[in-house]
Design a protein around this ligand. Structure first.
Ligand code: PLZ
Length: 444
């Protein structure tokens, strides 16, 4: 079913009456702990558009948090998952095998950086992939400690929540946390105390010092980093930082894990964001865009590490579900055959200069940053770096009123992030950015 790829508002306000009514029912039935960004119920979605139950056509600049890179209903995904569902929906790969699982693993072994021998294990969610990367690194090294960065986000399970930096809403009240997690400062260029030009060298120095003096390098199983920090604020590390982390890890037999769950599979204008820095991680976690909308996650990396855990040590009932694997093969096919890595670069070229024009000494926009189709604006009090989450919230609200779905993020809640589907028509993307730019201008 094809959807007209245009913005169209048919109710006097968004959410319209049908969404409001459904939301009331939700409030009665669903636990309050699950938040919502835009309280509209979706009827159909595809390409760059979400159609709600009231008939509003909303421009999608979120992709369900970087998941629907090929669109919410790509024909290659739909065809493959339908065929698979008609054959069988589940066997549990730990019980009996099927080739879709192996095909996805082979694709990830081929697409991830580095030409060394690689292997893959599939799971269902991003958090599970991170958990398993840690299990593998701990077994392979025989060491307990895990080092993560400030502003990190790795998930909501006990281990990954412990690795996540931000307290409210991810951790508050949920402790005690998993032990043996240590945190080094994120080399956040915009907020680095001695200036962005020192962030890489000083960030690396701080990491080395924490590892060698506080933990002991011989106790560290893994250093885990997002090559662009996602939930933490779309923080692009300064050039050379990731390479420095990788070298330091190699030097001490520490497993370097790149969490590419948000950045991976074409999003940043490279198949994997590590490639921008010429970094070849020991292990890479993927999820989100991998499954083309279905829950699928993976750990891919050095075969010697991946084989460290004996048979039976890794798994999960739904790990690498056949329908999700079929969807993933469709998504990978679309990414490769439609040149979506280049599309992400084109999106950056088209959008970034328009956002950059909003930055200025009297502006509420302190910095614009990102790569490919992973772009963000950081809001501050004009003339300072003081975070302005209220301004970000107000801009997001205006976008939503005008039928453009944008998301907030950041440790301080003051960042608006753009994650459009990579297949979004360029005119529709331009129109979405028009609305965003207008919303920013109307506020400052
Ligand atoms: N690692 C880098 O971005 C998920 C979180 C949504 P799961 N980010 C979206 C929310 O608020 O729950 C994410 C990520 C990175 C790990 C994860 C976790 O992936 O599939 O949500 O478990």
């Amino acid at each position: 079913m094809s959807i007209p790829e245009q913005r169209r508002i048919v109710t006097t306000v968004i959410p319209g009456p049908k969404s409001v009514k459904l939301h009331e029912r939700r409030r009665a039935e669903i636990a309050d702990g699950l938040g919502t960004t835009m309280p509209v119920f979706i009827d159909r979605a595809g390409g760059g558009v979400l159609v709600d139950v009231d008939g509003n056509h909303i421009i999608d600049l979120a992709s369900g948090i970087a998941v629907t890179s090929v669109g919410a209903s790509h024909p290659a995904v739909v065809r493959r998952l339908t065929e698979q569902a008609e054959r069988f929906t589940h066997t549990c790969f730990l019980v009996t095998e099927y080739d879709g699982f192996v095909d996805v693993a082979a694709a990830l072994n081929r697409l991830t950086p580095g030409d060394h021998a690689k292997k893959t294990a599939l799971f269902s969610t991003g958090a599970e992939a991170v958990e398993n990367a840690i299990k593998i690194a701990r077994t392979a090294t025989g060491r307990p400690a895990v080092v993560v960065l400030g502003h990190a986000y790795h998930g909501r399970t006990l281990l990954t929540m412990s690795m996540t930096a931000k307290n409210v809403p991810y951790k508050q009240g949920f402790g005690p946390f998993a032990p043996e997690i240590y945190r080094a400062p994120s080399p956040y260029p915009y907020r680095w105390p001695s200036g962005p030009e020192n962030a890489a060298a000083e960030g690396l120095e701080a990491l080395r010092e924490i590892v060698t003096t506080q933990i002991g390098a011989n106790n560290v199983a893994a250093i885990v980093a997002e090559p662009i920090q996602g939930e933490g604020g779309f923080i692009v590390p300064p050039p050379g930082y990731l390479k420095g982390v990788q070298e330091f890890a190699n030097e001490h037999g520490i497993v370097f894990v790149a969490d590419e769950i948000q950045t991976g599979l074409a999003r940043t204008g490279a198949m994997f964001a590590c490639e921008h820095e010429g970094v070849v991680p020991d292990l890479i976690t993927t999820a989100k865009a991998l499954g083309g909308g279905l829950p699928l996650a993976a750990v891919t990396g050095r075969a010697d590490l991946m084989d460290a855990v004996p048979a039976g040590g890794l798994g999960g009932t739904y790990a690498g579900n056949p329908v999700a694997c079929a969807a993933a093969l469709g998504a990978i096919e679309a990414i490769e055959s439609e040149g979506l890595v280049d599309r992400a670069r084109e999106i950056e070229r088209r959008v970034l200069p328009r956002l950059a024009a909003l930055v200025g000494p009297d502006s509420v926009v302190g910095e614009v940053r990102g790569r490919g189709a992973m772009l963000a604006l950081e809001f501050v009090r004009p003339g300072t770096r003081r975070p302005a989450p209220d301004v970000a919230r107000a801009v997001v609200a205006r976008c939503h009123e005008a039928g453009v779905l944008t998301l907030q993020c950041g440790t301080f809640g003051n960042v608006i992030r753009l994650l459009p589907p990579l297949v979004i028509p360029m005119e529709l993307l331009d129109e979405g950015v028009d609305v965003l730019v207008e919303a920013v201008r109307s506020i400052r």
